[in-house]
Design a protein around this ligand. Sequence first.
Ligand code: KIV
Length: 275
Amino acid sequence: MRVTISQIKEMKQAGEKIAMLTSYDYSTAKLVDTIDIPLILVGDSLGMVVLGYESTIPVTMEEMLHHTKAVVRGTKHAMIVGDMPFMTYHISIEDALRNAARFIQEGGAQAVKLEGGVTVAEKVRRIVECGIPVMGHIGLTPQSINQLGGYKIQGKSPEAAAGLLKDARALEDAGAFAIVLETVPAPLASLITQKVKIPTIGIGAGAGCDGQVQVINDLLGSFADFVPKHAKRYAKLSDIMSSAIGQYYKEVKEGAFPTAEHSFAMDESVLAQLS
Ligand code: KIV
C-alpha cells in the first residue's frame, strides 16, 4: 500500500516530521523508496537539474509525465506527487482539471502540486472535488520567477507576510492536503505552520515546518552548477562520478578494460572453423 493523504495529515497531528524528496528517474526513486520517505515529488526542478534548462518555465506536461511514470515504476510505498508545469493550470479550470487528471491517469501519480495561493484556490478546490489530492506551494514560486524578479526570500514585509498567511489559509480551505513553503523567513513559516491544520513542508523555511523537502541532486551533490543556500550536501557525488568516469577513460585508453572478467568466451572449435 502506498502512503495516503490521511497518513500525511496524521503525521502533523502526531508531531512526526515529514521528509520529502524529489526524484526524476526509476533507479533513484527506487532507492528513495527503500528509506521509507513517505512523499516523493517529481518536481519541475527536473527542468534544471536533469534537462539543463535555465529555469522551470520551459518544462512541459509531456516531460513531466515521462519522468513521473519512471518514478512510479520504481516505487511501491511512497506517495508520488506530480508537479504541474508552468501554464498547465493557469488558463482555465478545465485545463487545470485535464492536466491534473493526466498526472493520475497517465503518469500513475497519487497527487499533484501547483504553485500559488489565493489566485489558484478555486482550481485547487475543483481538482480536489474530482478526487485528486493537491499539494499547494507558496512563498518563492519558481514558475513566477520573472514576476518575482529573482530567487529572493518572500514574505519579509508585513503585507507580504500577511499575504502568505492568507494564501496558506486559502489553500487549506480549498482542500489542499499539504503546503510547500519555499524560501520564507523561518519565524513566518513557523507561524503559518501553527495557523493551518494541514502539514507545511519547508524548503528554505526553517525547522518549524511540519516537514522538509529537498531536491535530491542538491542533497547528493550531483548537480554542480550551483548550491542553493537552503540545500545541505550530504554527499558530493559529482566528485565520485568524475573520478569513476576518468578512471574508465584511462583504462580504455590503456587497454586495461575490459578484462576476461567482463568478456564472454566461446568454443574454440567454432572459431577454428572460421580461420
Ligand atoms: O520542483 C521542485 O522540485 C519543487 C520543490 C523545490 C518544492 O517544487
